[in-house]
Structure formats: C-alpha cells, structure tokens
Design a protein. Structure first.
Length: 318
C-alpha cells in the first residue's frame, strides 16, 4: 500500500491514518500543477507518487454517480470507490503552514453551470409536481373503507346501462361524485322516458275515446260516462298549472260540493278523479252569482221543480 507524498502528512504510514490515495495525473500540465501544490521537487524521482484524500476539497471528491433518464429524473447511486473530478488538485495541507493551503475556489465553467442550474430547476419542478400529486391524492382518497364497491339495483335486479359506467371499486371522492351525478342523470332520464310513455298512452286512449264519442252514441246511456272519461284523460295529460275545466265538469263539481263538501274533498284527495279545487268552484260561482245552494232557496226554483214533478213519468220519478 502506498503512502502520501505530501510533506508532514502521515497518510497510510504505520502510525498514521488509513486514507484513500490518488495517483498524479498523466497530463503534463496538471501533473506540474499538482507538483507545485505539494511543494516537492523530487516528485519526478518517485516511481508512483500518491496524494491522499485529506488534501482535496469536498467538491473535488466524487462519492456518487448520477444518471438522468428519459423522463428527466436524476438517479443518484453511491460509488464503491471515491474518485476525483477532472479539475481536482491538492489544496488542503493541514499539517503545513496555513499560507501553503490554497483558499481560492475553482471557478465553474459557464456551460457546466448552465446545465447544473437547469438540472436543479428540473429536479425542483419534478419534486413539486410529485408533492402536489401526493397532496391531491391524499385529499381526495377514500381512506375510511378498505374496499368500497358500488352496485345499483332496481327492484332487486342489478341495473346495467351503457350510459352509466360503474367501476368495481371507488377509492377517490371525485370518482364517487361523478358516479353519483351519472346515476342521478340516468334516473332523471328514465323518469322523463317513463313520463313520455305515460303521456303517449293517455293520448292514445284519448284518441280512441274521441273516435267512440264521434260515433252515433248520443242516445246511448254510456255517452255521458264516455264524455266524462274523455275529459279525465285530457286532464291527466295536462300539468297542474295549465288545467282548464269544462263547463259540464264545473257544474257537476259545484253540485257535488254543495251536496257534501267533505265527500268532495275525499274524492279530490283520493286522486281517483281530477276535480277543481274548492276555491275554484267558489270563485266561479261568485263571478256569475250562481250557486246550487242559492237556487234551492229561491221560491221560483221550488215552484218550477214542483210543476216539473207533476209531468214526469213514473220511471223518471224513480
């Protein structure tokens, strides 16, 4: 094992520290620079002069190897043996007077400095991007359940649709929000389709009732019932704010309301028939100053009923 040739240095001597040694460079210019730095004129006489690592600055010692991949990431790995940089030279002589040590700093070449700066900025951008991604993933990650499976059923049957893509697992809150929005839109679409289907069937029934009522059924005992059914179907196709009642239905409703207001409310709230509201009946009667209860109290109406009853046939009286 060689020894350090620097004066007063005990590197790798019997009573000195065990250190890593470096040979003089083969380049004549750099070799002469090393010779001036160690201040030994007899270096040429030595077979293979060595300088230990204690006399080099830390920036001149390479302990790791770096590699930049295609994605711009720099991979750094430790080296088995310490190596010197191409511009390294002996500059530290702790066992000699301080004026011998070189305190000047080596100036970095502009091109190397530019590449180093670009690499540092690139590494900083990559680290910031990775940190932002990890923060966002942690913020929206579903971590309260180990496995969150999603299944949509309708009447105990799994719902399958090409419009809604349901993943096997949901591990992100944003995916869950998008999934719920898709299911909501799908349900609204199905509701509109169902509503359109019901409206189409009602319009078909209304058309068939029109055909029946257009036939010679004026003297048939079912004519009034068919007309009533026709109007009920027409009212079912309208929205609540756009309903218009016929005069016949208004008269029928006012008479029924006068006979029994409670029965009328029961019919309306049972949703068996589409009838006008109580206030609608009262407003119509007030506008025309007519009412079945008022007519029943008038003396002329009672005389008319009495005279009319005398000429009715026995079947009509029953």
């Amino acid at each position: 094992m060689g020894r350090c040739c620097v004066p007063n240095c005990r590197g790798n001597y019997d009573n000195g520290p065990k250190v890593r040694l470096f040979s003089f460079p083969r380049d004549a210019k750099r070799r002469a620079e090393w010779q001036r730095a160690v201040r030994r004129s007899d270096v040429r006489l030595l077979k293979d002069p060595k300088v230990c690592e204690r006399h080099f600055k830390s920036e001149h010692l390479r302990t790791t190897s770096t590699y930049t991949d295609c994605d711009g990431r720099t991979i750094e790995a430790p080296m088995k043996l310490t190596r010197l940089t191409p511009d390294a030279f002996p500059a530290i002589f702790s066992d000699c007077p301080s004026y011998i040590s070189d305190s000047r700093t080596s100036r970095e070449e502009p091109e190397l400095k530019r590449k180093r700066t670009e690499n540092e900025l690139l590494q900083k951008a990559i680290h910031e991007s990775q940190a932002a991604f990890e923060k966002e993933e942690k913020q929206y990650k579903v971590c309260n359940l180990e496995d969150l499976s999603v299944s949509v059923y309708f009447k105990c049957a799994p719902l399958v649709s090409d419009d809604v893509c349901i993943p096997d697992e949901v591990r992100d809150v944003r995916v869950l929000d998008n999934l719920l929005d898709s299911v909501e839109r799908y349900c609204e679409k199905k509701a509109r389709q169902q509503e359109d289907k019901v409206g189409g069937v009602l319009r078909l029934v209304l058309s068939l009732l029109d055909d029946i009522c257009d036939d010679e059924l004026h003297d048939d005992e079912r004519a009034d019932a068919l007309i009533f059914l026709k109007e009920q179907c027409k009212l079912l196709t309208k929205k609540s704010n756009g309903v218009r009642y016929s005069a016949e239905l208004l008269v029928f409703s006012s008479i029924l309301h006068t006979i029994s207001p409670h029965a009328y409310k029961f019919f309306r709230h049972s949703n068996k028939l589409v009838l006008p509201h109580d206030t609608t009946i009262k407003r119509v009667c007030a506008a025309h100053d007519v009412s079945p209860s008022k007519e029943q109290c008038e003396e002329g109406f009672l005389r008319y009923i009495k005279r009319r009853a005398t000429i009715l046939k026995l079947m009509k009286k029953m």
